[in-house]
Design a protein around this ligand. Structure first.
Ligand code: MN
Length: 251
């Protein structure tokens, strides 16, 4: 039976070699009946440009290249790796997706988002996002010398850690109105996203009837994915060999 897989928030970084290994194993173990793998943002902990040295990530990039020779891999930008570009596509064979995508998932129109745009209670973050993700700003940043981009990225990570520490956890989750608006704007009854690191399956009541929201897990303690087949989607935990090891216990 055909199936489609979704992952997000891997935050791949040379500092966490066990997760790099698990993700490589997961890619290589992709069965032939998987029609596509979607990465819904934050594949990498940081990505300052396709020209930066990919220190420690070469084996992962190679594994992506191996998989894309037989299965399409689509990558949405996250808040950490929105500078992924054509160089990354050429290196891995992955195809980059826009911020919001509606796909036909076995007969159900499904909206794919990283998820940060749904966290509208975090007003400071949304303001920051509007600036750094502005087309003119990203265009300018891409042209900065690499050394300067690396310094900027370090500064942004420090700010983000400081912000995380001082924000109440409620404002880090999605805002229900933002979810309803996104479903309505795109005319869909199903949404898949990551970013919040709060995996789960939620029923949403909309004016047009019931809808569902699937939240992907992060890859900090272990890998996980959402696997969809005609008529059913499941959140699954992965073992160290990158193979499904039962349902993901929701946080
Ligand atoms: Mn994120």
């Amino acid at each position: 039976m055909p199936r489609t897989r979704f992952v997000a928030d891997l935050h791949l970084d040379a500092a966490r070699p066990e997760i790099l290994g698990q993700f490589r194993a997961f890619l290589d173990a992709t069965p032939g009946d998987v029609e596509a793998l979607y990465v819904l943002g934050d594949l990498f902990e940081h990505w300052v440009g396709d020209d930066a040295p990919s220190d420690g990530l070469e084996l992962v990039l190679d594994a992506l290249r191996r998989l894309t020779r037989r299965t399409p891999v689509y990558v949405q930008p996250g808040n950490r790796d929105f500078l992924l570009g054509q160089g990354f596509e050429a290196r891995t064979g992955c195809r980059l997706l826009p911020d919001a995508v509606v796909m036909d998932l076995y007969g159900v129109s499904t909206l794919l988002l990283h998820g940060d745009t749904l966290c509208t209670d975090d007003v400071r973050y949304q303001r920051y996002r509007r600036v750094v993700r502005h087309r003119l700003v990203t265009g300018l940043v891409r042209r900065l010398p690499l050394g300067l981009r690396l310094r900027l990225a370090r500064g942004m990570r420090r700010t983000s850690h400081r912000e995380l520490a001082r924000k109440p956890s409620s404002i880090m989750d999605v805002n229900q109105d933002a979810v309803l608006q996104a479903l309505q704007r795109h005319g869909v009854r199903r949404l898949i996203h990551g970013h919040t690191h709060r995996p789960g399956i939620h029923r949403v009541e909309t004016a047009g009837g019931p809808a569902e929201r699937f939240v992907l897990g992060d890859w900090y303690a272990h890998g996980s994915m959402l696997e969809c087949r005609p008529g059913r989607c499941e959140l699954l935990q992965l073992d160290p060999a990158g193979l499904p090891a039962g349902p993901l216990s929701a946080s």
